[in-house]
Write a protein that binds this ligand. Structure first.
Ligand SMILES: [Zn+2]
Length: 369
């Protein structure tokens, strides 16, 4: 983060630079923690807090103590967009991704393309994502691994491919395969997997085509975006007193026609913004908006880099080494969305921000939270 010294001397950059240099919040001087967006503070920490693994707070408002990284290559996965430094999570999630990669491979999916998990200490991010803050969320691409290891540059530049037919809300049958279904099945089958977010068109496809056991469909929740990747969320670990669980998914498969009517005839239909000239600016979370223990997570000593990665089950696996960059806010902000078009990615983000997950209707009973 040495580059921060040449940036405009705003409170945010001064504090981020001071923290990156190892100073405490108190020593950061004129820049007060409560003046700074929490995303600046968390993005300036390239390594996790050397603490007992613990998600703190809620998926969209919290932080992570004792995170570990998924290695950039495993036998059956590759991590994408390495410049973002978001391959960190609670050890339970990182191990689950490893396990899922093996099951999926055995069932026709040629390895996982792993997208964003969390920052080393969780927390809000400079770009994208309302959630992914406590190390219990991961994005996995709707694209199997290619038959070779991608270079660092390829992992930055390669775009994911939508599973929808261009210009429609519906899955393209030329792209959708039985292996997609089986990947989602294996993911949803873990008791620890709390829900999986997919585009409503993907949910519709599953409702129409899954045979036999359909109980797992209830965990597959329709949401904006999520046709280039799906989002997997696990429950709070049992011993995590500071982790706030989400209300459970409603009972049933969630395949009612009313659900799809709402999505396809209302929610996904582009609407004219009420006041096009005054875009609403989201208020950024401050450190004080997060659970109090997150200040300690931010200040804690960093774990040594060599101790911060998952030890692979298959210890004999090796892949070509990748030189990792020095992480900085400018590179993170410049990172390409995984979608082919930045404007499409931003439109999905805006739509999601306007309708938080808790407000998505289900037919009966309609949720009250
Ligand atoms: Zn996600």
């Amino acid at each position: 983060m040495t580059a921060t010294t040449s940036r405009p001397a705003t409170a945010g950059f001064r504090l981020a630079a001071a923290l990156a240099a190892g100073l405490t919040l108190a020593a950061a001087g004129a820049a007060r923690a409560d003046d700074v967006a929490a995303k600046e503070l968390f993005a300036a920490r390239p390594l996790p807090a050397a603490m007992k693994p613990q998600p703190i707070g809620f998926y969209s408002r919290g932080c992570l103590a004792g995170g570990i990284a998924i290695p950039v290559d495993g036998p059956d996965w590759q991590v994408m967009r390495l410049s973002r430094n978001r391959r960190w999570g609670h050890p339970d999630l990182i191990r689950l991704i490893e396990d899922l990669s093996v099951k999926a491979k055995a069932d026709g999916w040629n390895g996982l393309m792993v997208g964003d998990i969390s920052q080393p200490r969780g927390g809000p991010m400079l770009t994208g994502h309302a959630s992914h803050q406590i190390g219990l969320d991961v994005d996995l691409w709707f694209m199997p691994m290619p038959g070779r290891r991608l270079s660092y540059a390829e992992r930055e530049e390669t775009s994911a491919i939508s599973v929808l037919k261009a210009g429609s809300f519906f899955v393209d049958d030329a792209r959708w395969t039985r292996a997609h279904e089986r990947l989602l099945y294996h993911a949803a089958a873990y008791p620890r997997v709390e829900r999986i977010l997919v585009h409503p068109g993907v949910k519709k496809k599953l409702c129409e085509t899954v045979k036999g056991d359909r109980a797992w469909l209830g965990k597959i929740r329709p949401y904006y975006g999520h046709h280039y990747h799906f989002h997997l969320r696990i429950t709070c670990p049992q011993d995590a007193a500071n982790c706030r669980p989400q209300d459970p998914v409603p009972a049933g498969e969630g395949c009612e026609q009313a659900v799809f009517d709402w999505w396809f005839k209302d929610a996904l239909v582009p609407k004219k913004p009420a006041k096009p000239d005054t875009p609403t600016r989201p208020r950024h979370l401050r450190l004080a908006d997060l659970p109090p223990p997150c200040a300690g997570v931010l200040e804690a000593e960093a774990v040594a880099p060599e101790a911060a990665e998952l030890a692979l089950k298959n210890a004999s696996f090796s892949a070509p080494a990748i030189d990792m960059p020095t992480f900085d806010a400018a590179a993170i902000r410049a990172s390409r969305p995984i979608e082919a078009s930045r404007s499409a990615a931003e439109a999905d983000e805006r739509a999601a921000a306007a309708t938080p997950l808790a407000d998505i209707p289900v037919p009966t009973p309609r949720p009250t939270d």
